[in-house]
Design a protein around this ligand. Structure first.
Ligand SMILES: [Zn+2]
Length: 254
């Protein structure tokens, strides 16, 4: 399924509900040094070309301010975000979404040209068809001691879950640490939801500047923010979804 497909049929859990969550309020804080120890390489594995900023744009903004080795892996080109669209055919999305990722990285304070950025060109919406191939490709890029961030294995999105499973396999083989981040769970889960692994959850607090950089980075993904008159589809990333992703913290499963 493409980003958001089957998930944005409803508005999802509103931000106000999350703000009243007792379980969320009780999540243990984690510092930048604990989350991404200095000197260790940070690897962000993004199923689609906006997941790196939605999942951990605030963390990337924090890392941009200190010299820490960083590898970004874009698994798909995000060409499946507008199925059947006359305005956004897959070949246009491939080009535009790469440019949007570049603009988003700049907004976070990262120089795309200086970044180690690998693109795997896996098929959008069909990552699971070659999960072993993806795990092998990731394994070849990982090193012992890496700290790998990706989407959560139960995020409710087929590509996010397939990428997470491949990352688990590759990280285990490589001797890397894996940290998973919920993206669409904020949409479908309820505030006290027992399906969320709260005991593994940690809260990384963002400064107002980091939240604003994350906001600018998400807004760089313009193709995902507008309705499509040729299909009648709503924006892939709704205003309500943006509110949930722009809370002053990022929740990470360790
Ligand atoms: Zn995604």
């Amino acid at each position: 399924m493409s980003e958001g497909e089957n998930l944005i049929q409803t508005a999802g859990t509103p931000l106000q509900a999350w703000q009243g969550s007792q379980r969320l309020a009780a999540v243990t804080p984690i510092s930048l040094d604990e989350l991404a120890p200095p000197g260790q390489r940070v690897v962000v594995v993004a199923p689609h070309p906006d997941d790196e900023v939605i999942a951990c744009g605030g963390l990337l903004a924090a890392l941009a301010d200190r010299a820490q080795p960083l590898l970004l892996i874009s698994v798909t080109d995000g060409e499946g975000s507008h199925p059947g669209s006359l305005e956004w055919p897959p070949e246009r999305l491939r080009l535009v979404r790469e440019e949007e990722s570049r603009a988003a990285l700049l907004a976070l304070g990262l120089a795309p040209e200086a970044l180690n950025w690998q693109r795997l060109h896996a098929p959008d919406s069909k990552v699971g068809t070659d999960e072993q191939g993806l795990a092998a490709a990731l394994r070849a890029l990982l090193r012992p001691g890496d700290v790998v961030f990706t989407t959560w294995q139960q995020d409710g999105h087929c590509d996010h879950e397939a990428v997470a499973r491949a990352c688990i396999s590759a990280s285990t083989d490589a001797g890397a640490q894996l940290r998973e981040i919920p993206v669409w769970a904020w949409h479908w889960a309820s505030p006290e939801d027992a399906r969320i692994p709260w005991e593994r959850a940690r809260r990384f607090a963002l400064t107002p500047v980091q939240v604003e950089r994350k906001r600018a980075a998400i807004l760089a993904h313009q193709s995902q923010l507008h309705s499509d008159p040729t299909t009648g589809a709503a924006p892939v990333l709704s205003e309500q979804a943006l509110q949930r992703w722009l809370q002053p913290f990022e929740m990470v499963f360790v």
